[in-house]
Design a protein around this ligand. Sequence first.
Ligand code: SAH
Length: 566
Amino acid sequence: MTRKAPAIVILGTGSLATARKIQQLYPDALIHGLQGRVEDVDRSYQEFGATVRQLYLQDTPIIALCAAGIVIRTLASLLLEKGVEPPVLAVAEDGSAVVPLLGGLAGVNLMAREIAAGLGVAAAITTSGELRFGTCLLNPPSGYALADLELGKRFVSDLLAGESVRIDGEAPWLADAQLPQSDQAQLAIHVGCDAREVSAHELVIYPRCVMLAVTAVVPELATVVRDALRSARIAEPALACLLVSDSLMADPDLHAAAAELGVALRFAPAAESASALAAQALPQLLPPQPVNEGLAILVSSQPIDPLQIGRARGRLAVIGLGPGAAELMVPAVKAELARANDILGYETYVRMAGPFRADQVMHCTDNREEMQRARHAFELAAQGRSVVVVSSGDPGVFAMAAAVLEALHESTDPHWHAVDLEVLPGVSASLATAAQAGAPLGHDFCVLSLSDNLKPWSIIEKRLDLACQADLALAFYNPISRSRPWQLGRALEIVRQHRLGTTPVVLGRDVGRPGQTLRVLQLQALVPEDVDMRTMVLIGSSTTVAFDRPGQQPWVYTPRWYGHKP
Ligand code: SAH
């Protein structure tokens, strides 16, 4: 079964050695360590419970190096809800015990055996069927689907009660199982893709050996597919994938149908008919059966691995990491980073987004090559890869999202336009800085980049002047740099023409990153030397005020009312 890479979660340095041994078994696994207690891990977390629960909800296999009881109590609140159940194991800190806890149908016992073998101990397997037969009958390997879990549980308990069984069809993975087989048995394990009523005496397992080729997206495609399978007397779970002409790659109805059917979508260059499309992808098999002009069914004697057919629709996600701290990264961005094949961006941000697994490719570039990076991202995604372009903060705020859209707009390549493109937001530096100071942007405000690399300085002066006239609070990105030394001073001159010297100013430097600083001062005291390119400058409007906060920089806020207090 292709599973997500496991997460190895540890609480202290005492378990680091065992964690590393387990990591050798699963090279893609990341070690998560408690911040402040263990250094030198792949990911640091602040709260054990929240971290483990999040991993669980993301369907990530969890190997926790701590007492089984801790893991059980941590996940207890999630267990009553039906949903994902990834493998969860507790492993003794010193590696002397391996206890599979959850995820019996997701292969936890197999993992327990692998880890135990790696650590030279015995796994604490407690699943009776697994113990007796050496395999979990209810968890067939990838490429096979169990028809009915509840009936399956009854079937296994009958078998445990002493009944014998016969195997009807091909189940190569059961060759080594210690099953009480007999040709006269009442109970049967039936392996086949035919649609049939499942009886209580049968464990029905469908090989995913059917592919449907689609060359036209018709209304109600999912229903049309179901009808076609029914007429061909094929069980729906036996459907491995839809193979579709690549001209239909971006069709939203197609994606809706695939989601409804719960099957993988694969794509191939257009052919003259659906049968030809299917035959082209799997030429070694029996000829496909046309259903109608746009649909053909192909049945193989073996499970079909969708990953070996045609190619996937590529994906390009332009993501915002937030200011830096992991807690300020939105969960959708974390999930996107986990699924990415390729990560592109300015080196500092790519490093900030990591660490990455051995199978993920990092493409680090100079900060200035935005359009080139955007085009490179489309080239990779158009090959069917899952690509991430990283920005700090929000990707739409003086960052990569606009460049990526511009590259797409300029392109006439249909493969680029067929890419599944998504922009995922992040916490922008102005908002992260404002939050630390209180609410300086609590009323209308204006966001400006003071960089004149890509726009004329005269425009910046004009916008700044008008924003000041409009009495907006101001947020300056890119306030100063070695190649732009005088611009901030000039900008402050303009601001001072409109604002009192006592106007509160907030300077946030490396906010959300190690060594962050926050300063609150008055506009009259602000000099360009206080600011560098890693600083966010927030300047209040006429209503912005500051007041003391014990032991820290003052609170700053801009009230939501304007004119007279209501
Ligand atoms: N997309 C980013 C902004 C990129 S422009 C965002 O939404 O935050 C780069 C400028 O943003 C820097 O010159 C600095 O002014 C500001 N900046 C970015 N990250 C920052 C941080 N962690 N702390 C303070 N300012 C930051």
